[in-house]
Write a protein that binds this ligand. Sequence first.
Ligand SMILES: [Zn+2]
Length: 131
Amino acid sequence: MLVEGTTVLIELEVAPGEAEAVAEDLVPVIEHVVETVDGAVQGLAHRGEEEIREPLAEEIDAESIREYSVRLVPASHWEPTLGEMSVGIECVVCGKSVDSGGVSIDLGEDSYEVCCFFCVTEIEAQYEQLS
Ligand SMILES: [Zn+2]
């Protein structure tokens, strides 16, 4: 799906050991926060460049940031694919994260993601009881 509206990419160079704390501080401001192994923090925010600078300056601890940049993103695409980018998808039955063994099942007009065939039978049974 194409995310409409203004999107900015934020890149921060963080003092050693501060990446996790900085990423946590940014969650209220930025929609997708990514922490990389080399201690950098990146994020995507769906708001204008000007609107992001102020909250960014308020939320982050200046001492932990060495440098940061805010760049405008003309368009971003977000297409979670089961098995590759399923991080964050939870089984609707048991709540475990759905990995490459996950199953997508259509019941009526809705589609559900579950983690295993046991949960498939479980959701089918629930669905039949309701209908
Ligand atoms: Zn499950």
